[in-house]
Ligand binder design. Sequence first.
Ligand SMILES: C[S@@+](CC[C@H](N)C(=O)[O-])C[C@H]1O[C@@H](n2cnc3c(N)ncnc32)[C@H](O)[C@@H]1O
Length: 218
Amino acid sequence: MFDSISKQYDLLNRLLSLGVDRWWRRSMVKRVRRHRPQSVLDVATGTGDSAIALKKSGATRIVGVDISEQMLKQAGKKPNSAGIELIKADGELLPFGDCCFDAVTISFGIRNFEQRQQGLQEMWRVLKQNGLLIVLELSMPANRIIRSLYKLYFLRVIPAVGKLISRNSYAYRYLPCSVDEFPPRQVFAAEIKAAGFGTVKAISLSGGLATIYEAKKK
Ligand SMILES: C[S@@+](CC[C@H](N)C(=O)[O-])C[C@H]1O[C@@H](n2cnc3c(N)ncnc32)[C@H](O)[C@@H]1O
């Protein structure tokens, strides 16, 4: 699916998030920078926007993996992706040895995994001891009014605009469903812990429209 919308993905991302995704990525990078990593792996890197933003984390090695060749191709075309290692790989079976990254990030990607727990276990495996995991994901706002508006936007506006621009009606009907089906914060935090991580912090962004989950490898 992501192969078929790769060319329009960035434009749609900016339009549909009203540009807020940039701010969310910056919040993620700030948290990574505090950890002072040398190496960062960005899983489900897509067109590379988070991997590029991670250049500000101070890391000397940034690796982006994604299962979609076309998404990676778009990432590779961006001049500021120079220096980032882009690798086609499944996040549920990472092609790296144990304990080799200081930080692992995944933005708007975990929702799409077929076996989420397997993906989290892989992220745990490739992290060094005390390594940092940051998951940035869309979430359902707690406030009832904001949630209703959000659902309206997701169920009406996003599929219509998405279909118009990408000509792929399935992809942008799938997006709201995948957000709706993603587990609530406490449940997902428990999944992260079950993969072997220590305390999980869930930081709400923009009134709960997105959430950053932060945890360290025990
Ligand atoms: C919504 S996009 C997010 C892309 C990027 N991280 C961003 O912030 O814009 C989701 C990405 O997850 C990738 N993906 C889905 N399942 C995957 C898996 N099992 N392993 C690696 N990448 C995966 C898709 O190919 C797609 O590029």
